[in-house]
Write a protein that binds this ligand. Structure first.
Ligand code: HEC
Length: 316
């Protein structure tokens, strides 16, 4: 008697499992691999480059091998002022995002335009390349596609960097590596959800926002605010600088750790930063023995904190 019940149970289990596998494998409502990249996805993958997590080209997560996102004001060939243009500069040797090597990742329309008009197939890692996003039509529909300016206009990375001002250069890819390395994702998500969340943190991401991005760094646990659109809420570099040096300077009860060590040894003027002195003065301020907190040192142009803030500023 008992044996027969087991047999019924086993059959019911097989039917349920088989049924659910059939639905999963044969009736998918959407094929993730076919998602066409959104503008956000294109921008993100081109400013971040190949990979912002652990990899052989940047084993210590120092932000090596990353492209630069540059706002150009003058034409690098003629040196004449031109309409502002955002370009992604890949210096010789910098790895390209996965979509350059496998254009299928762009998705339909963008793939054809980028390979055709955009000549992305001609980009060579050894000589570097300069990319931008352009608009084109494919089969009657408009798409943003990737234009390899090195092939279509002959702009080399060196020529572009010669006319670019330092304040127009964002080290956003290196900054995202800092986010991964420093473990910001223990406390911050990059994923507003489709709940009341978006009234505070902005719109949830779309499917095509992730083509060729690695790692996506969604995070899963929130002890601080979501950061996906933080640059739209707060675009003050000064605020970010104070907040990263010591969050308690601007948010007295913050539990966020200080990231003052990302300044490195020296400030913007090449002076050695005296962290002990700063700390002693800060404690006097905290205890009410000083009216103002000590000044936060200006960061150097190649400091890790600059990379991180450059990335935060690009989170619109
Ligand atoms: C221990 C948890 C924790 C860690 C780790 C942490 N944060 Fe925070 N963060 C917070 C909390 C809590 C707040 C809100 C209070 C405040 O502003 O300090 C915050 C606020 C922020 C804000 C301001 C957000 C807004 O909406 O204006 C930014 C930007 C930020 N963090 C970035 C970072 C980055 C980048 C890192 C890694 C380098 C990091 N945080 C690491 C907890 C954390």
């Amino acid at each position: 008697m008992a044996f027969r019940e087991y047999k019924i149970g086993a059959r019911m289990f097989a039917v349920c499992l088989g049924g659910s596998m059939t639905i999963t494998l044969l009736f998918p409502s959407i094929t993730l691999a076919l998602a066409t990249s959104s503008d956000v996805g294109l921008d993100k993958s081109f400013y971040a480059g190949h990979e912002t997590g652990f990899n052989l080209e940047d084993p210590f997560l120092l932000g090596w091998n990353k492209p630069l996102k540059v706002t150009l004001r003058v034409d690098p060939k003629t040196q004449q002022p031109m309409e502002l243009k955002t370009v992604y500069v890949y210096q010789p040797g910098t790895s390209f995002p996965a979509s350059i090597l496998h254009p299928r990742i762009f998705g339909k329309g963008i793939q054809e335009l980028s390979e055709g008009q955009g000549k992305v197939g001609e980009a060579r890692r050894e000589s570097g390349a300069v990319f931008t996003l352009a608009k084109g039509t494919f089969q009657g529909a408009e798409y943003s596609y990737v234009d390899n300016l090195t092939a279509t206009r002959g702009w080399t990375p060196a020529e572009v960097m010669l006319v670019a001002k330092d304040e127009d250069v964002l080290h956003a890819g290196a900054g995202k590596t800092m986010f991964v390395r420093e473990g910001c994702w223990w406390c911050h998500t990059m994923l507003p959800e489709e709940t009341q969340d978006w009234q505070v943190f902005g719109a949830p991401p779309m499917l095509g926002d992730f083509n060729a991005e690695s790692p996506t760094a969604f995070g899963s646990d929130r002890k601080g605010p979501d950061l996906l659109h933080v640059g739209s809420r707060n675009s003050s570099r000064e605020w970010m600088m104070l907040h990263f040096f010591n969050p308690r300077l601007v948010q007295p009860h913050s539990i966020m750790p200080r990231f003052d060590y990302l300044w490195g040894e020296k400030d913007a003027n090449g002076q050695k930063i005296d962290f002990d002195k700063w700390r002693a003065e800060y404690i006097e301020y905290r205890d009410g023995k000083r009216v103002n907190p000590p000044e936060v040192p200006a960061y150097g142009k190649d400091s890790e904190i600059r990379y991180l803030i450059d990335w935060i500023m690009s989170l619109k």
